[in-house]
Design a protein around this ligand. Structure first.
Ligand code: IDP
Length: 141
């Protein structure tokens, strides 16, 4: 399997619960390395641009309100099959439907506040990484 990079976000609910380290441990214990990371408070403009594909969905205003409600941790994860591996570790979008032992099953309450984001395809990963990081921000390890 090819080594890939994917964009991950620890969302405001998980940062607020003080479980950043527990979530990072899921990545590091499962073959993913953090090659760039920062904590930021997203503006409405930045959050809206990130989730532009959902702009017409009914949940978009609530999503932006939530994503700007507190700081987030944004990181680039690298590893073999990193995009699918991260999605597997995250679990289903709705934590009530997420498999036991996944990040969302263990740390998230609801579909609105579901602890983490992860790119869902190579094209999204490329766009999302570039949205938050310059090439020079990403460290070779
Ligand atoms: P993903 O985060 O699992 O990739 P997406 O479908 O890309 O899921 O949706 C982005 C985010 O929008 C979700 O993580 C969730 O927070 C929110 N969301 C998606 N669908 C719904 C919904 O039906 N109701 C409320 N929020 C939703």
């Amino acid at each position: 399997m090819a080594v890939e990079r994917t964009l991950s976000i620890v969302k405001p609910d998980a940062v607020g619960k003080n479980v950043i380290g527990k979530i990072y441990d899921r990545f590091e214990s499962n073959g993913l390395q953090i090659v760039a990371a920062k904590m930021v408070r997203l503006s409405e403009e930045v959050a809206g641009g990130f989730y532009a594909e959902h702009k017409e969905r009914p949940f978009f205003p609530a999503l932006i309100e939530f994503m700007t409600s507190g700081p987030v941790c944004v990181q680039v994860l690298e590893g073999e099959g990193a995009i699918a591996k991260n999605r597997e570790l995250m679990g289903a979008t709705n934590p009530q439907e997420a498999d036991a032992g996944t990040i969302r099953a263990d740390f998230a309450e609801s579909i609105d506040a579901n602890a983490v984001h992860g790119s869902d395809s190579p094209a999204s990963a490329e766009r999302e990484i570039a949205y938050f990081f310059a090439a020079s921000d990403i460290c070779e390890r």
